[in-house]
Design a binder for this molecule. Structure first.
Ligand SMILES: [Fe+2]
Length: 282
């Protein structure tokens, strides 16, 4: 792509995922999520000041319809205090007891595939539960594939895509959730999606949750980023970490910072250059 006509401003996204709010489950004590999330909202508003927050899904430790509704309302009410827009996508656990129409009513927004432009970057929020595979894995419908093809093809901006399940194959041997069901870590028809990335060549980042850990890989000029779960303790942390990522983009490249709240610390930072693809003065 010729970046000559593009005007890219600094874009700062805060990304959270896999909140698993609700009843306590082994490594995911969901009952303490909302309180810590309040702290994160305050921190983001006062210190990080992102342009937008993206929630990558699996907001709920599902139990029954009533409890799920109650928890969803609670999480949405906490995030409504953000001083920037928040965009939701759904994970496999979000729709166990609530169908997407109920979900959309509660959140007062559409959850279908969405495309938005912020500060010169195109963000694609992709529904990868269409359908869910074996209750865990993801897939993207034929209609979505053609929507992705059109959106990417028509985008003069660099594109950042968001899915719940991963699009890049990763070594999952040490992931206690997915070591024994590796194929369900991913979007099943991911190769059809990444073929479109190759065809158009303007995808700078593909961001997912679901795996609960952090991972970064660079494949064909696209940086694949797995954002860690806000809540996952791996049965080892005494408290939920309150993990989140801050991803900064500008015309030169991107920086991914991973933070946790308990204790408050920056755990890793990774930077990538676009190698002059989007700036004349590289
Ligand atoms: Fe998930």
């Amino acid at each position: 792509m010729d970046g000559g006509d593009l005007i890219l401003h600094n874009l700062r996204l805060a990304v959270i995922g896999d909140l698993h709010s609700g009843e306590d489950r082994a490594s995911l004590p969901g009952s303490v999520v909302a309180d810590l999330l309040e702290g994160l909202v305050q921190h983001l508003n006062e210190k990080i000041e992102p342009d937008a927050v993206i929630d990558l899904g699996d907001r709920l430790n599902c139990s029954d319809r009533e409890a799920d509704l109650r928890n969803l309302v609670k999480i949405d009410s906490v995030l409504s205090h953000l001083q920037c827009p928040v965009y939701y996508i759904c994970g496999n656990h979000d729709l166990e007891n609530l169908d997407s129409s109920v979900y959309e009513k509660v959140l007062k927004r559409k959850l279908e595939n969405r495309s938005l432009t912020i500060k010169g970057f195109r963000l694609l929020l992709i529904d990868s539960q269409d359908p869910v595979i074996d209750g865990v894995g993801g897939s993207v419908s034929a209609d979505s594939l053609s929507w992705i093809d059109t959106e990417i093809g028509e985008s003069s901006e660099p594109v950042i895509v968001f899915t719940h399940q991963a699009l890049d194959d990763q070594d999952l041997e040490e992931n206690m959730h997915f070591a024994s069901m590796k194929e369900l870590a991913y979007v099943e028809n991911r190769l059809e999606i990444t073929k479109l990335f190759k065809k158009h060549g303007n995808i700078v980042a593909a961001v997912n949750g679901h795996l609960h850990w952090h991972s970064v890989s660079l494949i064909d000029n696209t940086v694949y980023i797995s954002v860690p779960s806000f809540t996952e303790t791996w049965n080892k942390y005494e408290k939920i970490p309150g993990a989140y990522s801050v991803i900064d983009f500008d015309s030169g490249g991107m920086t991914i910072g991973n933070y946790r709240m308990q204790p408050s610390v920056l755990t890793s930072r990774v930077a990538y250059s676009f190698c002059g693809r989007y700036s004349k003065d590289f």
